[in-house]
Design a binder for this molecule. Structure first.
Ligand SMILES: NC(=O)c1ccc[n+]([C@@H]2O[C@H](COP(=O)([O-])OP(=O)(O)OC[C@H]3O[C@@H](n4cnc5c(N)ncnc54)[C@H](OP(=O)(O)O)[C@@H]3O)[C@@H](O)[C@H]2O)c1
Length: 418
């Protein structure tokens, strides 16, 4: 780092921004410009004092980076009132998690603007400068996706693309796709940490994060994902990682390496068991999974407890549905889980959905819907009927929802026509 240059850190008073500022100060950066929408608060003072003790000149500025005019006015200060700009670290960001069914464009903009739009404007407005450093703070969400974070995932993915675009143009560029940090920052919180860890994304300590940041700053990777990652746990949570050939390879290797009997649930035993034992096995499994996800002691969960009363929310319901599909081979729609069935009712429902045991399987239900109410001679649905048996539980569920929705639309139209 140069003692005669300025380094701009967006989100500079945030957890990762301040961590980066400390590293830069330790490396001899002369002027650190920390920008955010808000002014420094008293709790920031010790960290700012430490930066000064390390020898840096610290400047704070209130700039909304998603406002291009404000950003442009701020950038005019370099080379005049401030030393020349030699590094940009873009760590501004917000979360606005929302499940995709409820997502509006406004929600997407809330997270896209300070991350991707600001990243782009920073690039556009500094592309003519000789920067040594242009570091973008991305997220694993941009690489893996994450339920409730469609906009955030897209914004981070865009930052990765920006890093590649810059590097290809011969400009300084790095993008770090962070896994969750524990204790500090926008992803911190004991519940959130535990839930992400269950999904295979354990949190880093601030010390581990700072060390990784130092290593990446010294390195040359244009895009790197940083943090502990258990691909098998992640795939169990998200379902077959069909979209990612990389994950598929990793998880298949692990599956081969995994000793038999260590799976969370033995489906073969379930199918071989007698009716009473089968119900008990499934009930115990549902209780364990709800307990794990809702952070409740399985032994204290009663069969009559409603999953929503135990704390199951929409994200958790999605996770449960996925686990049921992957481990039991039977699906329970998220909306049905959110209606608050008891543990016993969930187990009973799953039993009914087991394709090997239930004569009226999901495929049969869809088949009946297609043939009875939708199919017309020569409309190609014969092909669809042939494909039903090859579809997964979730594909069938989606198709069933689609058909029943179409059916109710038709009925509503008929009603309004008559
Ligand atoms: N912490 C993690 O575990 C983690 C994991 C993956 C990725 N990341 C990424 O790392 C970056 C930093 O995260 P963090 O944990 O340090 O979050 P943080 O502590 O909440 O800091 C984010 C900072 O961004 C600033 N900011 C937000 N919108 C802004 C805007 N429009 N203009 C200027 N400043 C703005 C905020 O300050 P004001 O509110 O005052 O504007 C805040 O200080 C984020 O981009 C995040 O997506 C973090």
């Amino acid at each position: 780092m140069r003692s005669d240059a300025a380094y701009l850190i967006t989100g500079g008073l945030g957890a990762l921004g301040l961590t980066a500022a400390r590293l830069l100060a330790m490396e001899g950066a002369g002027t650190l410009v920390l920008i955010g929408r808000g002014a420094p608060r008293p709790e920031h003072e010790p960290a700012l004092a430490e930066l000064r003790e390390l020898g840096a000149t610290v400047v704070t500025a209130q700039v909304d980076v998603s406002d291009d005019d404000q950003l442009g006015a701020h950038l005019e200060r370099y080379g005049t009132e401030l030393p020349p700009l030699r590094g940009v670290l873009h760590a501004a960001g917000v979360l606005a998690d929302r499940m995709i069914d409820d997502l509006t464009w406004e929600d997407v903009e809330i997270v896209m603007r300070p991350k991707l739009l600001a990243g782009w404007q920073l690039h556009r407005r500094t592309a003519h400068l000789d920067l040594d450093l242009f570091l973008l703070f991305g997220s694993v969400a941009g690489v893996l996706g994450n339920p409730g974070q469609a906009g955030y995932a897209a914004a981070n993915c865009g930052l990765d693309a920006l890093a590649h675009l810059r590097r290809r143009s011969g400009l300084a560029a790095q993008s770090i796709d962070w896994g969750p940090w524990a204790q500090i920052g926008l992803a911190a919180g004991p519940d959130r940490d535990d839930r992400l860890a269950d999904r295979g994304l354990a949190a880093m300590t601030p010390q581990e994060g700072a060390e990784a940041l130092a290593a990446e700053l010294a390195g040359d990777a244009v895009q790197v994902m940083v943090g502990p990652f258990d691909a098998t746990a992640w795939s169990r949570f998200t379902g077959p990682p069909a979209a990612s050939s990389l994950l598929r390879e990793i998880t298949q290797e692990r599956a081969v390496a995994r000793p038999s009997g260590t799976t969370a649930f033995d489906r073969t035993d379930l199918l071989a068991a007698g009716a009473t034992e089968r119900r008990d096995m499934l009930t115990a499994f549902v209780r364990r999974q709800v307990g794990r996800i809702a952070r409740a002691e399985p032994d204290k969960i009663r069969l009559a407890d409603r999953v929503t009363v135990l704390g199951v929310d929409s994200l958790m319901a999605m996770e449960l549905r996925q686990i049921f599909e992957t481990e039991v081979g039977a699906s329970m729609p998220t909306v049905r889980l959110l209606r608050g069935p008891t543990i016993a009712e969930v187990a009973e429902y799953l039993l009914e959905q087991l394709p090997e045991l239930a004569p009226a399987t999901a495929a049969a239900a869809v088949r009946a819907t297609v043939t009875e109410s939708v199919a017309e001679p020569g409309d190609g649905l014969g092909d669809l009927l042939g494909e039903l048996d090859l579809m997964s539980g979730s594909e069938l569920e989606a198709l069933f929802d689609e058909l029943t929705a179409e059916e109710s639309e038709l009925t509503a139209e008929e009603r309004s026509d008559s």
